[in-house]
Design a protein around this ligand. Structure first.
Ligand SMILES: Nc1nc2c(ncn2[C@@H]2O[C@H](COP(=O)(O)OP(=O)(O)OP(=O)(O)O)[C@@H](O)[C@H]2O)c(=O)[nH]1
Ligand SMILES: [Zn+2]
Length: 201
């Protein structure tokens, strides 16, 4: 997803920030009740802009690319592969507040396996965007299903939402849990129970 304000990294490694973006952040600071011209806040708009570019780096990351190197050789292994407890950070599309959690990604191989780091890369490519947890869960599962063509995929995500802790209902400690099951994990209760047991173990 290209943005017409997008700029390239130059020289000192710091990306230049379009004036329109830093001005918007200056306005937000003013609206929050502070003075953007005071010393401590002088460079803040550019820092915030770069931080947001980093939080949202997933827009420049193609999840399918990470599943483009898959392997036929499974060495006779025909059971579930689980990557458990992958920490991630995202931001909710409603408040742009942090979503912090862990994902568990499992698949039952068909003809292919993939380097396990690639499953985490797929997760981060989708997480580093403005998200809702349900969509993040589905997108990760669907991508693996489509590109790895396994017999089954299970994605379970547990996360806390900053928009529920620091503002609004102000209820810390609540964990939202979502899951998306495809193939055998959706169709067979026994397979689903097995993979959920593995995730919980
Ligand atoms: N289903 C779902 N809801 C989310 C997620 N992240 C944030 N939300 C919710 O999105 C909702 C937005 O509700 P609104 O009523 O439009 O916004 P709001 O007035 O700021 O809501 P409050 O948070 O209740 O103050 C809130 O209930 C949030 O808790 C998510 O990943 N999934
Ligand atoms: Zn939110």
């Amino acid at each position: 997803m290209a943005c017409e304000l997008e700029t390239e990294i130059v020289g000192d490694g710091k990306a230049p920030v379009p004036a329109e973006v830093s001005e918007a952040i200056r306005t937000l600071i003013r609206w929050s009740g502070d003075a953007p011209e005071r010393e401590g806040l002088l460079e803040t708009p550019e820092r915030v802009a770069r931080a947001w570019k980093e939080y949202c780096r997933g827009y420049g990351d193609d999840p399918a690319y990470h599943l483009s190197r898959i392997f036929h050789e499974v060495g006779g292994y025909d059971d579930v592969v689980l990557l458990k407890g992958i920490p991630f950070q995202s931001h909710c599309e409603h408040h742009m507040a942090p979503i912090v959690g862990k994902a568990h990604i499992a698949y039952l191989p068909g003809d292919y396996v993939v380097g396990i780091s690639k499953l985490a890369r797929v997760l981060h490519a989708y997480a580093n965007r403005l998200q809702v947890q349900e969509r993040l869960t589905s997108e990760v599962a669907n991508c693996i299903w489509e590109h790895l063509k396994p017999q089954g995929v299970a994605v379970v995500i547990e996360a806390t939402h900053g928009c529920m802790t620091g503002r609004g209902v102000r209820t810390p400690g609540v964990v939202m849990k979502t899951s998306r099951m495809l193939g055998v994990f959706r169709d067979s209760e026994k397979s689903r129970e097995e993979v959920l047991k593995l995730i919980a173990s």
